[in-house]
Write a new protein. Structure first.
Ligand code: SUG
Length: 447
């Protein structure tokens, strides 16, 4: 049966702004207080999605969230009308206003971990929504993400949705950004590689300055929940030194597709052991592991973080070769671009590269790979997916019109307390749930 990797991209929300909320994510900190353009951000994301559809890839869309999140503020003791709450929080706790207003749900690589049916014992696709405990502004995404995934993948005979892991640092889970799958073909069983930042119990070397957001214990729990065979899972620690240099998720320094792992020399702590396991496990499926290492003297960790070379999408083309989608920052960097040109002409599996302008998202530390959640679906599973979430020309044009109608082209933190902005959000999202047939997804639609 034909099987596809469908990339579901997060649609940028109406409150996209630069609040400097993510310690350890250098772009987020550096761009605090910059003026954001939510309309441009959403259109940049849509253009990437449309370009991939036009080349023949399957592409889905995941919706943004209701922001500012008034419900979170009520849980924290604010009361009265929504407008009153916004006024109070802006005066008494502006840091909270920024947190409950972030459009961070756009980075859906952190929405969930997904295991394809070819890997799971019950032959269903398993989803575990990431708890994102390390950052408050991200932890409040969980409930709407869970509902959005359920509204997209409804059919119980094909899809299993697990509740998030306990909302606790020892089970810190950042989803697919720390998860890679290696396989011969999407439809064949694969080896799932879980990359963690630290071990909560038992001790591990940890970064000194920046948080390791994701634990080994979280990854192990997900492997159990997803009914993966022990002999087809590899757990490897991210190098704590690169976390301290701004690599807050593994997808900032490595990406896999098919049998290929494209990674930086310093990405992993115990690389040799992990690669030996991957090689052995893949050989059980008669699949040869293809590691492509970028040496530090060619691209340093600092350059990798600045250009997001590894936050790329590796996509399998019909001719068996791979296309690499990189952010424009990689094209503008002389050494990185020279490396990429050498790579595509080297006769290896990656023979084409395309750069996209995603500057609005990049300024918050979100590149092409952060914006997408990979969901491997066979023909039947694809047919059982909510069709209104799959991007075609019609949906692209509807969403583009919708963005142009509702989104502001300038937003600063000072604008977040404006009750008019909240209403603009709700009006737009109400229309979106109809466009994408998502049901009553948002708190304001249910209250
Ligand atoms: O969690 N940035 C996000 C970026 C997530 C990127 N995702 C992946 N690498 N998969 C984060 O750090 C910044 C928000 C702000 O500062 O306003 C932010 O949340």
């Amino acid at each position: 049966m034909p099987t596809y990797e469908v990339n579901f991209d997060g649609l940028v929300g109406l409150t996209h702004n630069y609040a400097g909320l993510s310690l350890g994510n250098l772009a987020s900190t550096a761009n605090q207080h910059a003026v954001a353009n939510p309309q441009l951000a959403a259109l940049q994301g849509l253009k990437k999605m449309k370009a991939l559809v036009d080349i023949g890839f399957k592409q889905g869309v995941l919706p943004p969230q209701e922001r500012p999140c008034i419900n979170s503020l009520r849980l924290l003791g604010f009361s009265g009308t929504d407008a009153h709450i916004l006024g109070q929080v802006a005066k008494k706790a502006p840091y909270l206003l920024a947190n409950v207003s972030s459009a961070s749900a756009m980075w859906v690589a952190n929405a969930a971990t997904v295991s394809p049916s070819a890997d799971t014992q019950d032959n269903k696709v398993h989803f575990t929504v990431a708890n994102l405990t390390n950052k408050f502004h991200r932890s409040i995404e969980v409930e709407t993400t869970r509902q959005a995934l359920q509204a997209t993948f409804r059919a119980k005979e094909h899809f299993v949705h697990h509740t998030p892991l306990p909302l606790q640092a020892q089970f810190g889970d950042e989803g697919a950004a720390n998860h890679n799958r290696l396989c011969a073909d999407y439809g064949k069983p694969g080896v799932e590689v879980f990359v963690y930042g630290r071990q909560a119990w038992g001790g591990s070397v940890e970064p000194r300055y920046f948080p390791a957001r994701h634990t080994r214990e979280a990854s192990e729990a997900i492997a159990r929940l997803h009914q993966l065979a022990d002999e087809h899972c590899v757990f490897v620690q991210q190098n704590p030194q690169v976390i301290d240099q701004g690599v807050f998720h593994n997808d900032v320094i490595a990406v896999a597709n098919g049998p290929v792992l494209f990674y930086h020399q310093h990405a992993f702590l115990d690389k040799l052991r992990a690669f030996e396991q991957i090689t052995r496990q893949l050989s059980q499926f008669e699949c040869q592991f293809v590691p492509i290492e970028v040496p530090n003297h060619t691209v340093s960790v600092e350059e990798a973080v600045r250009t997001y070379l590894f936050n790329s999408q590796l996509l399998s083309k019909a001719d068996g070769k791979m296309l690499m989608i990189v952010p424009e920052e990689s094209q503008q960097h002389t050494r990185v671009w020279a490396y990429l040109n050498d790579l595509v002409s080297s006769g290896g599996p990656i023979n084409e590269v395309k750069a996209f302008d995603l500057r609005e998202s990049m300024a918050n530390g979100g590149g092409p790979a952060c914006l997408r959640l990979r969901v491997v679906l066979n023909q039947q599973e694809l047919a059982a997916t909510n069709p209104n979430t799959l991007l075609d020309d019609h949906l692209y044009h509807s969403l583009t019109r919708w963005v142009k109608k509702h989104y502001r082209d300038r937003l600063t933190e000072a604008d977040l307390a404006d009750p008019v902005l909240l209403n603009e959000n709700r009006t737009a999202l109400d229309e979106l749930t109809q466009l994408m047939d998502l049901g009553s997804l948002y708190p304001f639609q249910r209250d």
